[in-house]
Design a protein around this ligand. Structure first.
Ligand code: GDP
Ligand code: IMO
Ligand code: MG
Length: 429
């Protein structure tokens, strides 16, 4: 079967950690969408790695990792990830890349910055990794793909696309002379980009849809790893404050080339509270000390950009919405340790909006303008870092978990209580 793991909130739910935990149970881990806007953190043996493009099974040497056709790749960021990983493992042994994955060009990075600048006060808060412009070119049928780097006239194709980009950049008068792409000038970045292509070529570039379907037919276990979160989905998220790909389960079919009837369990991962980095609606956002305290205890700073993450309480209608969109079969809750010392834990059960019986998400309502009905739970007031077994979980925590299960009608099968690989309780996987 092809199982799926994806985020149910606005990203950073702990996908990387859980994929790393689950990876030994799978033969293949495959990323199906997004690009280096993602930052997936893995912590084990006192080491920390943040992966952006590479699937989170890379440190499990018996697991093949695939960057699927639905992903967009910046060769420079890819190279910097490889350089860090190779201290521990040789990724050439277990990483394969789809020939159909699209390339993020240096000029896509400039376009991203240019469009954000143009938006002024309505900025998306993009990670500025070139995601939007690269997917735009994919759908405009202009993009360059990984497979193209092997063709003889690649440089020519590159120059044609680059020229199109500069026409736009010049047209909207974006001054890129001082603009730094990850601390490099445009020309230095472009040079690094071409250098990094050489590394990309050393990897196995494959028709990953065949590879994955053949593996499936041979009885191999495959896990599709999502990036971003369901509420950042380009169709169903808080548009336009979203990313440019389908982050929900449907993205697996188009992002890897697998049919829906091959999909098995769909793990939906969420934090015990909510966070959001970048702009856009966030119904349960906290603007007070409580929000600050969650941010501090949860170390809520973006893995990719370092930006502080906005924090708020768990939002059940949003969770149900995300679960509905992907047909979640199992819930995984993370970061419950961040709530350890709280006396009371509020959970949003509904929004105070007239004529909104179905609790449609208030994505069109301006920030801070919406009333929330909360159910308040007693805290468990104990350090879960010492607890590693379901049999000794505090009653208050069990009550909290049961409430979420009841509201969503989906079982919680894993509880994460710290960033380390070992800090996990598995119920019935
Ligand atoms: P991802 O994008 O979904 O992979 O999540 P990120 O890695 O961007 O952000 C999750 C952050 O929370 C990382 O710093 C993780 O190391 C950390 N983390 C993951 N699970 C837990 C947990 O259960 N408790 C705590 N305190 N931190 C966690
Ligand atoms: P992971 O996989 C959190 C947010 C950005 C911005 C919006 C659009 O680590 O969960 P983009 O760069 O795609 O144009 O940005 O989406 N965003 C994320 N937020 N986690 C992520 O990935 C994100 N990837 C993009 O902050 O608001
Ligand atoms: Mg992240």
């Amino acid at each position: 079967m092809i199982d799926v793991l994806l985020g149910l909130q606005w990203g950073d739910e702990g996908k990387g950690k859980i994929v790393d935990v689950l990876a030994p149970q799978y033969d293949i881990i495959a990323r199906f969408q997004g690009g280096p806007n993602a930052g997936h953190t893995l912590i084990f043996n006192d080491r920390k790695f943040i992966l952006h493009t590479i699937p989170s099974g890379i440190f499990r040497e018996n697991t093949i990792n695939i960057i699927g056709n639905g992903v967009v790749i910046d060769p420079v960021i890819f190279k910097s990830e490889i350089d860090k990983i190779k201290v521990l493992v040789n990724p050439k042994n277990n990483l394969k890349i789809s020939s159909k994955a699209h390339l993020i060009l240096p000029s896509h990075r400039l376009l991203d910055a240019a469009y954000e600048q143009q938006k002024g006060g309505n900025k998306i808060g993009s990670t500025l990794k070139g995601i939007g412009p690269t997917y735009t070119d994919k759908y405009a049928r202009l993009g360059l793909r990984v497979g193209d780097i092997l063709s003889e006239n690649f440089k020519n194709k590159y120059d044609i696309l680059k020229q199109k980009h500069f026409e736009i950049i010049n047209n909207i008068r974006f001054d890129y002379s001082d603009y730094l792409i990850d601390n490099m000038s445009y020309s230095d970045y472009e040079k690094a980009w071409f250098d990094s292509l050489e590394l990309l070529k050393e990897f196995d570039i494959i028709e990953s849809e065949y590879y994955i379907n053949n593996a499936f037919n041979a009885g191999k276990k495959i896990l599709a790893e999502g990036a971003q979160g369901s509420l950042l989905d380009v169709d169903f998220g808080s548009y336009p404050y979203v990313t440019s790909s389908n982050t929900i389960a449907s993205g697996v079919c188009s992002g890897l080339g697998v049919a829906p009837n091959k999909i098995g369990r769909i793990f939906g991962i969420f934090k015990a509270y909510c966070t959001r980095v970048g702009s856009g609606p966030f119904p349960t956002e906290l603007f007070d000390e409580k929000g600050k305290s969650l941010q501090k205890k949860g170390n809520e700073f973006g893995s990719t950009t370092g930006r502080p993450r906005r924090c708020g309480w768990l939002d059940i209608p949003a969770l149900k919405y995300s679960a509905m969109l992907s047909g979640i079969t199992d819930l995984i809750i993370t970061k419950i340790d961040v709530l350890n010392e709280l006396k009371e834990i509020p959970v949003c059960t509904s929004y105070k909006i007239a004529n909104n019986k179905t609790q449609i998400l208030p994505f069109n309502i301006a920030k801070n303008k919406i009333g929330i009905n909360f159910e308040v739970f007693n805290g468990w007031n104990s350090s879960l870092t010492d607890i590693a077994h379901i049999n000794n979980l505090p009653k208050e925590l069990l009550d909290y978990l049961k409430f979420i299960e009841k509201q969503t009608a989906i079982p919680i099968t894993m509880v994460s209580y710290g960033p380390d690989r070992k800090q996990i309780i598995t119920f019935n996987i």
